[in-house]
Design a protein around this ligand. Structure first.
Ligand code: ATP
Length: 360
């Protein structure tokens, strides 16, 4: 079955305000797809257009190749899980799961079969007679998933469903959600401002800022090859060093970073000689020992933190550029202390240069 979702040149305006700029995007059948971005960037608006709570001002939403224009939310092949789950607290688990089926006139025996099957899917076999109020946060979460899946949607829409859970449970539920998605093969569309959630679960992620999709890619590509300064700084931690381009070819760009010297990195997009640009280096790409072909920055240590598996350093350059550095614990030495000078080296292939002054 085609369960793809196509935002076909979709625009959403509220009065004069454009909440979603023209967007053309296809989410594949059976994909775990996330929209990731800060508060107010338009994630919920996109989900609402897909579910049918609002209709786009321009363009169309197509599900399975069919236009959804004018199709009300309850007639769309979608199901939604909200942040607050919206379970019925006084009903039993089974009654909650079967609710949507009962509304559709499905017989009692069929409903029971469905809820038994779904309880097994979410690993809560035998708890159908429990009251929802007796369940833990994680169990409620799974019941909300089971209830949303009961009506056999082609597309499951998830609006930050893990945000109310504590950290440990949230991490556990990421694995569960991913496993459920794989088992059912349903298209999952997930919105979150938590990059950890988006990166660990998704096949692809759309990073959004101010109503515009900045980049759509699989998690590894997003992390390694961010195409815009916004993505470079929003996805994972990054150090952005500003400079002026003095050399640029298809692979490599050299920046004049004033007192920090000349620094080079891979070019991302077009970067012209004479323009301002930002060199991005991830904290884990710094080394204390320079090897041939590496570039180095001089800085002064502000803080050293032992984090178990690794060390984090905060440092400052002569240009007051704050740097965040992550080192293997084996690199610890007594000389790494507040106020000490440090030479930080990196391979130019590990750094990228993006035109503009960056977001850092
Ligand atoms: P959050 O993570 O905080 O939920 P979001 O990324 O989901 O944010 P949206 O709720 O989609 O963001 O809102 C995007 C923008 O559109 C915001 O500036 C919001 O104020 C505006 N907006 C959303 N709905 C309406 C509406 N019905 N009328 C006017 N403006 C709206």
């Amino acid at each position: 079955m085609d369960s793809s979702v196509h935002l076909d040149n979709t625009v959403m305006q509220f009065g004069d305000f454009t909440a979603i700029q023209k967007t053309d995007l296809t989410i594949q059948s059976g994909e775990f797809f996330s929209f990731l971005g800060p508060s107010g960037c338009g994630k919920t608006t996109i989900l609402n257009m897909i579910s049918g709570f609002i209709d786009p001002t321009q363009g169309d939403v197509k599900i399975g190749g069919k236009s959804m224009r004018g199709v009300p939310a309850n007639k769309r092949p979608t199901s939604m899980i909200f942040q607050n789950l919206a379970l019925f607290p006084l009903m039993t688990v089974a009654e909650n799961i079967e609710f949507g089926l009962e509304v559709r006139g499905v017989s009692k025996s069929e409903r029971k079969k469905a809820s038994d099957r779904l309880l097994e899917l979410v690993a809560l076999e035998g708890s159908g007679t429990k009251k929802v109020s007796e369940l833990s946060g994680g169990q409620k979460q799974r019941i909300a998933i089971a209830r949303a899946l009961a009506v056999e949607p082609q597309v499951l829409l998830l609006d930050e469903p893990l945000s109310a859970l504590d950290l440990k449970l949230r991490q556990h539920m990421r694995t569960e959600l991913k496993a459920i998605q794989r088992k059912t093969g349903i298209t999952f569309i997930y919105i979150t401002h938590d990059q950890g959630e988006a990166l660990t679960m998704s096949d692809r992620v759309a990073v959004m800022s101010a109503g515009r999709i900045q980049q759509v890619a699989d998690p590894i590509t997003l992390y390694r090859d961010p195409q815009t300064s916004f993505v470079a700084s929003f996805v994972g931690e990054n150090n952005g060093v500003k400079g002026r381009v003095i050399e640029s070819n298809s692979d490599l760009v050299v920046l004049d970073c004033g007192p920090l010297g000349k620094l080079a990195g891979r070019s991302q997009g077009s970067v012209n000689v004479g323009a301002d640009a930002t060199l991005f280096i991830r904290p884990e790409h710094f080394r204390l020992q320079a090897e041939s072909g590496m570039h180095s920055l001089q800085a002064t240590i502000d803080e050293v933190n032992f984090e178990g598996a690794y060390l984090t350093l905060n440092a400052n350059t002569a240009t007051h550029q704050a740097l965040s550095i992550q080192l293997g614990t084996h690199q610890f030495s007594e000389s790494l202390k507040k106020g000490a000078p440090v030479s930080l080296s990196y391979h130019e292939q590990d750094a990228i240069v993006i035109a503009g002054e960056g977001h850092v």
